[in-house]
Design a protein around this ligand. Sequence first.
Ligand code: 6R9
Length: 648
Amino acid sequence: MTETPDAYPPSPEFAAAANVDAGVYERAAQDREGFWAEQADHLHWRRRWNQVLDWSEAPVAKWFVGGRLNVAYNCVDRHVLEGRGDKVALHWEGEPGDSRTITYADLLTEVGRAANYLTSLGLTAGDRVAIYMPMIPETIVAMLACARLGLTHSLVFAGFSPTALRQRIDDAEARLVITTDGQWRRGNPAPLKEAVDEALFAHGDVPSSVEHVLVVRRVGIEVAWTEGRDLWWHETVAQTEPAHEAEAFDSEHPLFILYTSGTTGKPKGILHTSGGYLTQTAYTHRVVFDHKPETDIYWCTADVGWVTGHSYIVYGPLANGATQVLYEGTPNFPDEHRHWQIIEKYGVTIYYTAPTLVRTFMKWGRQIPDAHDLSSIRVLGSVGEPINPEAWRWYRDVIGGGTAPIVDTWWQTETGAIMISPLPGITATKPGAAMTPLPGISATVVDEEGNTVRRGETEANGYLVLDEPWPAMLRGIWGDMERYRATYWERFAAQGWYFAGDGAKLDVNGDLWVLGRVDDVMNVSGHRISTAEVESALVGHSGVAEAAVVGATDETTGQGIVAFVILSADATDTGAAMVKELEAEVAREISPIARPREIHVVPELPKTRSGKIMRRLLRDVAEGRELGDTSTLVDPQVFENIRTGRSE
Ligand code: 6R9
């Protein structure tokens, strides 16, 4: 094996042209509020704030108190008024191969029409609107029209079930649902409006809060119609006058609710507001991706139904006047070349995706991206889970031409925007490390009692906490402020810190590594071992494509490590010999205490619709329990497949 470096500094050319210099950390630390005020000044305020931060009612923050702005004006009108109306906002690629180019002037027209029409329906500032749509331009238009009117949107990922949709509609008491007739799924139209009907009628005796369903025609399938309630977008919005004057709202006006899925029972409606959220999403998009509006072509592959789509497809990039790619479909339709073809077609310069997709690309093989000219790429981003060093290096070498810096961005639905990440022109990045809190952000790693884990110690694992408020922070859980306090602020109430629910470590240089959810941290014979570490060791073996690790209750050791692996095409053996080899590999890579108690070769892994492995369910399998709530799973059938796989 050839030597691989441990850290990758930026090239001198990249550093020289970067949007920020290394002094930014120092400047932000000296005057945090002044620093954030500077960032807020990148936006257009109808009235300037008179106080940067009011933390007197902690844990509910107010940022830019007294300020008034219109979020949609900032994302659209401003660019047109400043002479950038002809600049492309969206290069949209439909799954079947259709495409649309939408300039900022086009966006202004469409958002104005939608705003006028929603007003004519009687919706007023503060009302909630549910948006249940695939990745099409109208989804962004709908979000911006809500923002423009001060309506609070609640996106529900278009892969969610009618039950999940109804739950979210009820919780937010939405007056309007915006949807499409259907969505493209690997070449076939799949119904979507039908799911809305089911959500609204299923509880036939319990009327919902919904007065209207506004339907965009996307795939052209037949849909059932409820006269008086249902409205076609092309017969209404598209026929409406576009001129619309944007009204300014308070900096703390609610912008959206987004439900977090999966790990606990009832979904939490995470509430975000306007001024602070837009300030931090725009700032982070500018500095973390080193975004240059004149020359960059930016592509974030997330679905707009997740927080990454909200912050890094809609609000951050549009506030910065970005030109971006929006892609409707899956990465392997019609074949595995799709992403690389899109990058070539538009000359994408910044590509932001999730580790699970990087590992999938690895599984498909490098010959696929190698068949394309990806030389336009200059920055790569990662988000959603820890990225294992093998995937990191592959990403940089194969997709980034061996030179593109990778920004491994740690944040959450709750944080609203990126919190911990390298800066591409400054940081010498380490494969798998989120590295450093951004300028203006404060985070630390503490033990059970809240003592800061001292830098330089070898055993420096602990809990990730955020010890200062930040502009894009959640303002609560919709309708349940008690749960907000209990979930995030009780654990370290004495110190007044936000408990992120993630484990982390500081390495000997003080750089931060996020290890994954603390419920994913195992305790084996008193040793704390991260599921992510073991997974990383397993996928580091050429025979393994994907791995999920859980801690299962063990009589003698507290917890035992149970691994589920999908073998790759390179696997030389698929039976007992392979399992032995993998056990030895983990012991070698981490330590004999990390040697898995069991390794199961399975055909697939249970994932949420946002691509996160559902370890909770795997733990149920490993401990032989009845399965818990599977409602957010993409495909509950995987358990049958896992069981069949296991009995072989
Ligand atoms: C943006 C997003 C949040 C959880 C978070 C953590 C994990 C996200 C990560 C990461 C390690 C990163 N996570 N980014 N773990 N490194 N760069 O994903 O929001 O869906 O709310 O998930 O995802 O565990 O707590 P969300």
